[in-house]
Ligand binder design. Structure first.
Ligand code: SF4
Length: 339
């Protein structure tokens, strides 16, 4: 499968590489070795995260969006195999780097916020201990590290941050734990923050508060964010650009306006129709995208979305579509898109 047009930063659309991209994933393919064979979890994935921007990655469960961000920092199961491509971070390819080199980048230049804050926080250590540990690379004394920790906890909205340092994760609510996890992720002033469904476990009010605070901190720290979510409304509010994934492929990429107001790919359109926030009439049944998800051990020839596409044509089963320019800075992987 070839890529005829690169996904680009908003300012370009020219088809040339952007020097101001913080992260460039170029034609990345990755598979998991299973008892059934090689499961092609990512195929020919290309995306760019411009400096200082927030890029959302959306798609149904199993589309590869979380696998993609874990692939960037090589935090994958032992049965994962990279099958080609590049992951350029500040122009350096992370793929050939050793685990030691990657570890030096993780937690300093690239930080991560996980879906469940208990995954990131150690339940048997106090917040004070964990916030000190995370600063182990800093050449400042413990007292200065504590002051930095308190300041960051206050920024994410922890009341009486100094007094609560002695507490353990279980002393905090889910929302407060996620705020602490965000504070820890930002303490190293990363240039890239990757967030994997960071508000999924929270109610709508807390979700809005945390996203609002994250946006403020992103501007303050001046980092870029790669934000994985199945929540389309949140992505529309929070992100600058959106990447739509289906069955391990990028099927569309563009600005918020491109994706939410002039989607070009039939999958993106179907996804938007299924968004509960967009349903106008009262109904007892939420719409779904009909058809079967393709088998990624034996992906079909042609378009990966053909078994569920309402616009499917003969050519779709014969030839895989390229990622094709729909408009400036807006691309889609579909034979219907002619540029
Ligand atoms: Fe549908 Fe064909 Fe476009 Fe695939 S290439 S999304 S099957 S119209």
């Amino acid at each position: 499968m070839t890529v005829s047009v690169s996904t680009q930063a908003p300012s370009s659309g020219s088809g040339h590489r952007q020097p101001d991209n913080l992260l460039e994933v170029n034609r990345l393919s990755l598979a998991f070795q299973t008892s059934r064979g090689s499961l092609k979890a990512l195929r020919d994935v290309t995306l760019h995260v411009p400096k200082g921007s927030i890029v959302g990655v959306v798609g149904e469960s199993g589309c590869g969006k979380s696998t993609l961000i874990y692939a960037v920092i090589k935090l994958l199961a032992a049965n994962a195999r990279y099958n080609g491509g590049q992951i350029l971070f500040k122009g350096r390819d992370l793929l050939p780097m050793s685990l030691d080199q990657i570890r030096r980048i993780r937690g300093s230049e690239i930080s991560m916020i996980f879906q469940d804050p208990m995954t990131a926080l150690n339940p048997v250590h106090s917040i004070r201990r964990q916030m000190l540990d995370i600063q182990y690379r800093e050449r400042i004394n413990s007292n200065e590290k504590i002051q930095r920790a308190i300041a960051m906890l206050e920024k994410v909205g922890i009341v009486d941050a100094a007094g609560r340092l002695k507490n353990f994760p279980h002393h905090f609510s889910g929302g407060m734990r996620q705020r602490i996890a965000i504070a820890m992720a930002l303490l190293s002033k990363p240039t890239l923050l990757m967030a994997d469904e960071p508000t999924t476990a929270l109610d709508a009010t807390l979700e809005a508060q945390i996203i609002h605070r994250l946006r403020e901190l992103q501007q303050e720290v001046n980092c870029s964010i790669l934000f994985v979510s199945h929540h389309l409304g949140l992505v529309a509010e929070f992100c600058d650009r959106v990447v739509v994934m289906y069955a391990g492929e990028v099927v569309e990429e563009g600005t918020i306006r491109d994706i939410f107001h002039r989607a070009a790919h039939p999958y993106t359109k179907a996804l938007l129709e299924c968004d509960p926030a967009g349903i106008k009439e009262k109904t007892r049944f939420l719409p779904t995208i009909s058809g079967d998800f393709p088998d990624l051990v034996n992906p079909p020839p042609g378009c990966i979305f053909q078994s569920r596409c309402r616009r499917v044509m003969d050519i779709c089963a014969q030839r895989a579509p390229d990622l094709t320019r729909a408009a400036q800075g807006h691309v889609a992987r579909c034979h219907l898109v002619s540029g």
